[in-house]
Design a protein. Structure first.
Length: 377
C-alpha cells in the first residue's frame, strides 16, 4: 500500500534541518550542480524515451527549477513545501510525456553531484533529503495520481459566463471575451467580482489544462495576453475613486513572472481609493528597495506564485527591516505558494497575508484606518 499524503508529510518531518553552511554551499555550487546533473542525465542511454521524446532543453529547464526550488527548501527548512510540490512535478512532467522512471534517476544524479562537487562540507542533511526523495518515489507516483488539481469554486450565477469566457479564451477569441466582460462589468463594484468569479477561476483552469498536457504553452500565453487586454480595456470606467487613502506599491517578487494576481490587486485597491504604483513581474530587489525608500508607501504588497521564489522574498523583507528608512514599512504577501502553505508568510517575515482580493483590501484598510483622510471614512 502506498503511503498517504499525510504519512509522507509525517515522514518528511523526521528529516533533519539542513545546516546553514550546507544550504549555503548548495546555493554557491548550484550552477555547477545543474551542469553535472544535465550531463549525467543526457548520457543515459534511454534518455529520449525517459523524457517522452521532448527536447532535452525541457529536461534542462526542469533541473534549473529543481535546483532553485531545493535551494529555497534548504534555506527555509520547509519540508511541507517540498512534500506538497513533488506530486505536482510528477503530474506535470508525466502529463508532458516524461516516464516516472526519470525521477529517481534524476534524484540519484543530484545526490551524486552534491557528493562529488561539494567537498568542503559533509552535506549529510542534503544527501539524506535526496535519499528520502528516492525512497518515496512509488508513494509520490500514487500521490500525484490521486490528488486532484486545484480548481476554484464559482457562484452559481457566474457559472455560465465563466464557462463561456473560458471557451472563448481557448479559441483565442479576444473580442468575445471583451464582450462578455462588458456585459457583466457595469460599474466599479463589479470589477472585483468579475476578477474573482471569472478571470481567476478561468486562469486556474488554464493551468490545469497546461499541467495535463492538454493545451500548449502558446495557448496558455494567448489566454494570459487576452486576460491582460480585457483588464486594460475595462480601464476607462474605473479610476474615479472619490477619496485618497494613502500610497501603495504592489509588485511581483524577483524572478516571478506571474503578474495577473498582483495586477488585479492593484486595480481593486485603486478603486478602493488608494494611489497604487503597480510594478509588474520580476521586480529586481535593489530597484524595489530604492523606490520604496524614496516613495515611502504605506504598504508594500508582494506577489509570489512559484515556490522557488519564496526565499528571495524573505531576503528582500529582511533588507527592508535592516534599513531605518524602511524598517517599519508594512509588508503584505500573497499568491499561490502562500495560499498552499498557510504559515509560509510568517517565515518570510511579512506583516500579513491575504488569500484573495477581498481579504487584501480589508487587511490593508484595517492597517491604515487610523491615518485615513476624512472623506474616506
Ligand atoms: C498564466 C500562467 C503563467 C504565465 C504568467 C503570465 C502573466 N502575465 O502573469 C507564464 C507563461 C509567464 C507562466 C510561467 C510559468 N509557470 Co505558470 N501559470 C499560469 C497560470 C495558468 C495562471 C496564473 C494566473 O494568472 N492566475 C490567476 C491569478 C489571479 O491568481 P493568483 O495569482 O493566485 O492571485 C490571486 C491570489 O493568490 C491573490 N494574490 C496574488 N498576488 C497577491 C499579492 C498580494 C500582496 C496579495 C495580498 C494577494 C495576492 O489575489 C489574487 C486574486 O484573488 C497558473 C495556474 C494557476 N493555478 O494559477 C500557472 C502556474 C502557476 N504556472 C506554473 C508553472 C510550472 C510555470 C513555469 C515554471 C512554467 C515553465 N515551465 O516555464 C513558469 C515559471 C515562471 C516564473 N519564473 O515565474 C504552475 C506552478 C506549479 C507549482 N507547483 O508551483 C501553475 C500552477 C500551472 C499548473 N497547474 O501546473 N505561467
Amino acid at each position: 500500500m502506498p503511503k498517504t499524503m499525510q504519512e509522507i508529510l509525517a515522514s518528511a518531518r523526521t528529516l533533519s534541518p539542513v545546516p546553514r553552511k550546507e544550504a549555503g554551499a548548495y546555493q554557491h555550487h548550484l550552477d555547477g550542480l545543474i551542469q553535472d546533473v544535465n550531463r549525467a542525465l543526457a548520457s543515459e542511454p534511454a534518455i529520449h524515451e525517459l523524457i517522452g521524446h521532448n527536447p532535452l532543453e525541457m529536461m534542462y529547464e526542469n533541473h534549473r527549477y529543481h535546483g532553485a526550488f531545493m535551494a529555497t527548501v534548504f534555506n527555509i527548512a520547509h519540508y511541507e513545501l517540498l512534500t506538497k510540490t513533488i506530486p505536482w512535478v510528477y503530474r506535470a512532467y508525466h502529463g508532458h510525456g516524461f516516464s516516472y522512471e526519470y525521477f529517481p534517476l534524476e534524484m540519484k544524479a543530484w545526490r551524486r553531484a552534491v557528493e562529488e562537487r561539494i567537498t568542503t562540507h559533509p552535506m549529510k542533511a542534503v544527501r539524506s533529503i535526496y535519499q528520502w526523495m528516492i525512497d518515496i518515489h512509488e508513494d509520490m507516483i500514487a500521490a500525484s495520481e490521486s490528488e486532484l488539481p486545484f480548481s476554484m469554486p464559482v457562484d452559481e450565477e457566474w457559472l455560465d459566463t465563466k464557462n463561456a469566457f473560458l471557451a472563448a479564451l481557448l479559441q483565442g477569441d479576444h473580442r468575445r471575451c471583451l464582450e462578455l466582460a462588458e456585459t457583466v462589468v457595469g460599474s466599479h463594484d463589479d470589477v472585483a467580482r468579475f476578477y474573482l468569479q471569472i478571470l481567476q477561476p478561468v486562469m486556474y483552469e488554464i493551468g490545469v489544462l497546461w499541467e495535463r498536457g492538454e493545451i500548449s504553452v502558446a495557448v496558455e500565453h494567448l489566454a494570459s495576453a487576452i486576460v491582460g487586454r480585457v483588464m486594460a480595456a475595462l480601464n476607462p470606467r474605473r479610476y474615479e475613486a472619490s477619496c485618497f487613502k494613502g500610497k501603495l506599491i504592489i509588485t511581483a517578487s524577483p524572478n516571478e513572472f506571474h503578474e495577473i494576481g498582483a495586477w488585479m490587486l492593484s486595480d481593486v485597491l485603486e478603486l478602493d481609493g488608494w494611489e497604487v504604483r503597480y510594478l509588474g513581474a520580476d521586480m529586481p530587489a535593489a530597484d524595489l528597495i530604492d523606490m520604496a525608500t524614496a516613495y515611502q508607501p504605506d504598504v508594500l504588497g508582494i506577489s509570489v506564485t512559484m515556490p522557488f521564489n519564496v526565499d528571495k522574498v524573505g531576503d528582500l523583507i529582511a533588507k527592508f527591516r535592516d534599513d531605518p528608512k524602511t524598517a517599519f514599512l508594512k509588508v503584505i504577501v500573497g499568491g499561490r505558494v502562500f495560499n498552499d502553505i498557510p504559515e509560509l508568510w510568517r517565515l518570510v517575515g511579512a506583516d500579513g497575508f491575504a488569500s484573495n482580493l477581498d481579504e487584501a483590501v480589508r487587511i490593508i484598510g484595517e492597517w491604515s484606518a487610523r491615518d485615513q483622510k476624512d472623506e474616506c471614512a
